[in-house]
Design a protein around this ligand. Structure first.
Ligand code: SF4
Length: 199
């Protein structure tokens, strides 16, 4: 289901790459150097999971989470926030609110990674723009932990942090300025840009 299209927007994948290392944004968008194939394998596995879930997860435990209806595999873009992406599920809840649900091809390790939190918050912002209903939480489903569902409470601080990240990504793309690293040297070890990046 396609609700709109914008060429002046970035994708949720851009967000994930930026959070791994802001230099990914520079290499991909400013220098047009794509990532190596092997780094995309995990992403491809995740996509395959999404496709299978669209077909097989119709028995979602709706009652437990107050789900009255849902949309699956929905493409949204936000003109206000300049971001676009495909949402695994948009849940309509019995308290009148709407929530994104995102499948993760991962185990749940007793905490939610910031990347997943910001991703869910951006889905929340896109839902707000399109459905004009309260959006106060998101859900993650961890496929490698027995489809464990974890709730992410949304608040203004989280929404603002997510919006600031979008601003930073556009800042790099438009000004073509080589950004600082995250400072996490471990990420450089297997990085596909390590041969050309002065890390
Ligand atoms: S080598 Fe390190 S600093 Fe450079 S892009 Fe990769 S992760 Fe970032």
């Amino acid at each position: 289901m396609v609700l709109c299209f914008s060429e002046e927007s970035i994708t949720i994948s851009d967000l994930i790459e930026y959070l791994f290392c802001p230099r990914f944004t520079y290499f991909i968008h400013c220098l047009r150097i794509p990532q190596r194939e092997e780094r995309l394998i995990k992403v491809q596995k995740g996509r395959a999971l999404h496709k299978s879930k669209e077909k097989t997860n119709l028995g979602y435990p709706r009652k437990r989470y107050g789900v009255t209806d849902k949309l699956t595999g929905i493409y949204l873009c936000s003109k206000n926030h300049r971001i676009r992406g495909i949402m695994d599920e948009v849940l309509f809840l019995d308290d009148g609110s709407v929530a994104p649900l995102d499948y993760k091809f991962a185990k749940y390790c007793n905490h939610v990674f910031k990347t997943h939190k910001y991703q869910s918050a951006l889905y929340g912002l896109m839902i707000t723009e399109h459905f004009n209903r309260p959006v106060n939480r998101g859900y993650l489903c961890y496929s490698r932990s027995g489809n464990k569902i974890v709730e992410i409470p949304f608040n203004e601080k989280l929404f603002q942090q997510a919006k600031d990240i979008i601003t930073n990504i556009f800042f790099i793309i438009q000004r073509e300025e080589f950004p600082e690293t995250t400072g996490n040297k471990k990420r450089c070890i297997d990085c596909c840009y390590r041969r050309i990046c002065p890390h």
